[in-house]
Design a protein around this ligand. Structure first.
Ligand SMILES: [Zn+2]
Length: 60
């Protein structure tokens, strides 16, 4: 079972967005873009996530 802590919804049609498409940052290795797409509206939201934080969690 998969559980998403912060479920995203489309700002236009309010449908739940599918899993983010992860893109590497063009110049930094410690962050990445998460692109969310709506099945009806296409790409509607982009967030920046820290990859360092995830590594710290995994190491703990
Ligand atoms: Zn939508």
């Amino acid at each position: 079972m998969q559980f998403h802590l912060s479920e995203k919804f489309c700002p236009r049609c309010r449908k739940p967005l599918s899993d983010a498409i992860i893109e590497p940052h063009p110049t930094r290795t410690d962050v990445a873009f998460h692109n969310y797409e709506c099945v009806d509206c296409g790409p509607v939201m982009t967030t920046v996530v820290s990859l360092l934080a995830e590594k710290l969690v995994q190491a703990a």
